[in-house]
Design a protein. Structure first.
Length: 191
């Protein structure tokens, strides 16, 4: 006598798997793209500002023409833009300390300053740096990083109940940034 095993009546013959339906595939794609976008904007976008001294390309041998082109580019483009953003951080510090800057103005100005600092550090990291300018180059990168730290402390101070300690840290980071800019500027010579 032969026995057969029958499936209970309530179960379907075939179970649906993830991705069987169009809606399931669409949901998975949206979730994947959304997750990647979220990770980029929360972890990777500002990595260069969080780690300003990493990722520079130092070249041991470069021609005199290449060295001079690099020097002029840094003086004319990077130093002016980064120094202007660093001075705007000082203005944000004064406005936050005095309470004369509205929340909306602070948010807008800090976003613009952050973008200027980010553009400056990305420009510096994308260049090949002659060995003779390595020290000055890393000082400028450090100054940009310190200006970003000051901006971060200012953002935290605006949200804190006791902002005095954070304002002091912002002031110290801003002053350190200013010293690094002044010291690095001498390493590039004059135009």
């Amino acid at each position: 006598m032969r026995t057969t095993i029958r499936k209970p009546r309530g179960l379907r013959a075939r179970r649906r798997t993830a991705g069987d339906s169009f809606a399931g595939c669409l949901f998975f794609c949206v979730l994947l793209i959304g997750g990647v976008s979220w990770a980029y904007f929360h972890f990777y976008r500002l990595w260069d500002l969080d780690h300003p001294l990493e990722g520079h390309h130092i070249v041991a041998d470069s021609s005199a023409e290449t060295t001079n082109t690099y020097r002029l580019h840094v003086i004319r483009q990077v130093l002016g833009r980064a120094r202007g953003a660093q001075q705007r951080v000082g203005g944000l510090y004064r406005g936050t300390r005095d309470g004369s800057l509205s929340e909306e103005d602070f948010r807008q100005e800090s976003f613009e300053v952050e973008q200027e600092l980010l553009d400056s550090i990305k420009d510096m990291k994308s260049r090949s740096v002659p060995k003779s300018f390595e020290k000055a180059h890393l000082e400028v990168a450090g100054a940009i990083g310190e200006a970003y730290k000051a901006l971060t402390y200012l953002r935290q101070a605006r949200e804190a109940e006791q902002p005095q300690a954070l304002l002091e840290q912002a002031r110290a980071a801003w002053q350190n940034s200013q010293k690094l800019f002044e010291h690095a500027r001498g390493g590039y010579g004059s135009v």
